[in-house]
Write a protein that binds this ligand. Structure first.
Ligand code: UT7
Length: 331
């Protein structure tokens, strides 16, 4: 059976770093609160005029270069974002145009924090089904422009951030490695626990001074509820994906959890009984970049030589939707 393998990785974040102290200057929070409750020490936010497609382009060019493929070898784009530059069309086509890849298909996936896992599953199915050979898979987010950076929005504003990560996925050349399987779920009963209500087509007009005065255009989160579900669902999903592919927790070289909150990652690690060297966290430097956290982490690990051929890598995510899931792969 053809498996799809990660041929190259890339990432990009805005060069503007926002420290906890900078946030404390504009809202009632402290570096101590943010560090203790979330693990975050700094995050990257776009400057005026810098867009999600800018970040996606930089990450994608690095991933394509790392893959050793030519631009013309990319057959399709699957881009996960919950924060597209525009209501429509999605950022996938804007990226296709920006990269100058020709009229290849480009699809947006809207699965928020779990977006990269869902995008990878889509691309993997395309490749295994023989529809495309090489698929550029991107997780990209600009959250900062949708955050209420005042005391009223402090529970979300200190967490979410901007960034992009990308991988090039292609068929294995017969070697025993690549994506082994997925575990994917959703439960829309919790949609309003972490959401952006407007603009939305149920409102006419989709955005208005009234909606904005009500703060419906900001990202809203019931942090405690999300936290409570995340620390159960992520371990459950990791166990499920491993069982599905006939592997065990002992064999996991590296778990890359969605970087939502360091306390969540630590609880997931504890629940699964994993050692420190089996779990990768970088939320301290980047905050929660939603669909971008896992591909950014994969790129950091790949470039740092942390992953060797044959290593068992598991990615897991939980977030808005609720949507959650995991991937298991042999590097
Ligand atoms: O990307 C995937 C989805 N996202 C997540 O998985 C995030 C899940 N949730 C969380 O990470 C945590 O719930 C938060 C970090 C958002 C909040 O941490 P918490 O320990 O659950 O705090 P809390 O919401 O219970 O708030 C505790 C207190 C409250 O004050 P009172 O009511 O006890 O007086 C908040 O108003 O902390 C206050 N608070 C803050 N204080 C200083 C909330 N945000 C802040 C802040 N600075 N930034």
């Amino acid at each position: 059976m053809t498996r799809s393998v990660i041929l190259g990785t890339g990432m990009a974040v805005p060069d503007r770093i926002v420290t906890n102290d900078e946030l404390a200057a504009v809202m009632d929070t402290t570096d101590e609160w943010i560090t203790q409750r979330t693990g975050i020490r700094q995050r990257h936010w776009v400057r005026e005029g810098e867009t999600g497609v800018d970040l996606a382009e930089r990450a994608s060019r690095r991933a394509i270069a790392a893959s050793g493929l030519a631009d013309g070898d990319i057959d399709a784009i699957v881009l996960a974002t919950s924060t597209p530059d525009h209501f429509a069309p999605g950022n996938g086509v804007l990226l296709q145009h920006r990269l100058g890849l020709g009229p290849i298909p480009a699809l947006d996936v809207r699965a928020q924090c779990s977006g990269f896992i869902y995008a990878l599953a889509t691309a993997d199915a395309y490749i295994r089904g023989g529809l495309f050979r090489h698929v550029l898979v991107v997780g990209q987010e600009v959250q900062s422009t949708g955050l209420d950076a005042s005391t009223a929005g402090r529970a979300t504003a200190v967490i979410f951030a901007d960034g992009a990560g990308a991988v090039v996925l292609g068929p294995s050349a017969g070697e025993d490695r690549g994506i082994l399987g997925f575990d994917l779920h959703s439960d829309g009963a919790f949609a309003d626990k972490l959401w952006v209500d407007a603009p939305g087509s149920m409102y006419h007009p989709r955005i208005s001074p009234v909606l904005m005065a009500q703060g419906r255009h900001w990202l809203h989160m019931d942090g405690k509820e999300v936290f409570r579900h995340a620390v159960v669902r992520m371990p459950e999903s990791v166990r499920a994906v491993l069982t599905g592919v006939g592997e065990s927790l002992e064999g996991v070289t590296l778990l890359v959890p969605h970087q939502a909150n360091l306390r969540i990652s630590e609880m997931v690690q504890k629940t699964l009984g994993l050692r420190d060297d089996q779990v990768y966290n970088n939320i301290m430097s980047y905050g929660n970049t939603t669909a971008a956290t896992i591909p950014i982490a994969l790129d950091e690990c790949a470039r740092a030589g942390r992953l060797k051929a044959g290593d068992l890598v598991v990615g897991t995510a939980f977030g808005s939707g609720f949507m959650w899931g995991s991937v298991a792969l042999r590097w």
